[in-house]
Write a protein that binds this ligand. Structure first.
Ligand code: FMN
Length: 188
């Protein structure tokens, strides 16, 4: 059981959020995150694996270049990430501006790591994600030559933190300004 962080100031929350994101491991609840995009019909939601931060503190997600999310992000690069850690009862919503990296230096750099493990198949199916199949096993064919590995680099523009507490909930908002981030408490 992890100790519940006692949030005392906006500055402390801000540091804690970025430290948590920077150190998030496969066992941390933030390893899985809901990514929301704009679609013509309704918000597009799906769970993805949060791959940590790059050196510019951009949040990383890996995906298949042919997936719906990439098409949606090409049209609207604004998206949201929703994390929840049930143990410490902290919800984190991050609005982001997304850069798509496919078949470039960035994607090649991360592909080298992915290729060495079992993960490469997630981006290398012969059938495109979302394709209608006569039989589910038709999706179990992969090709390293045809890999569609794509890296989404997400620059945070707004961060909202909600901590549920017995003595009263806390909610804080941080907005990227021209020069620096603005921060305030908001009603939960
Ligand atoms: C726990 C979990 C983790 C997932 N991780 C990823 C991921 O890192 N990247 C990804 O593209 N899809 C991931 N998926 C699959 C997506 O949720 C989604 O089904 C798929 O990407 C197609 O989404 P789209 O058609 O909206 O683009 C994951 C699903 C689950 C349940």
């Amino acid at each position: 059981m992890r100790k519940i962080t006692q949030y005392t100031s906006l500055d402390f929350i801000w540091k804690d959020v970025w430290n948590t994101l920077a150190s998030s491991s496969a066992r941390h609840p933030f390893h899985q995150v809901v990514l929301a995009t704009h679609t013509a019909k309704a918000p597009g939601l799906r769970t993805v694996i949060f791959r940590g931060l790059d050196e510019q503190k951009r949040l990383k997600v890996f995906t298949d270049y042919r997936s719906s999310k990439v098409l949606e992000l090409k049209k609207y690069p604004e998206a949201s990430l929703l994390f929840y850690d049930p143990e410490v009862r902290i919800q984190l919503k991050i609005n982001v501006q997304v850069q798509i990296h496919y078949d470039d230096q960035v994607s090649q750099q991360y592909w080298k790591q992915v290729q060495q493990g079992r993960g490469w198949k997630d981006y290398s199916s012969v059938a495109s994600p979302g394709m209608i199949l006569q039989d589910p096993t038709y999706a179990y064919e992969w090709s390293q030559e045809e890999q569609q590995f794509c890296v989404l680099l997400m620059r945070a523009t707004e961060v909202e933190v909600l901590q549920l507490r017995k003595q009263g909930h806390l909610r804080a908002k941080f907005e990227r300004g021209e020069e620096q981030w603005k921060q305030c408490w908001i009603a939960p």
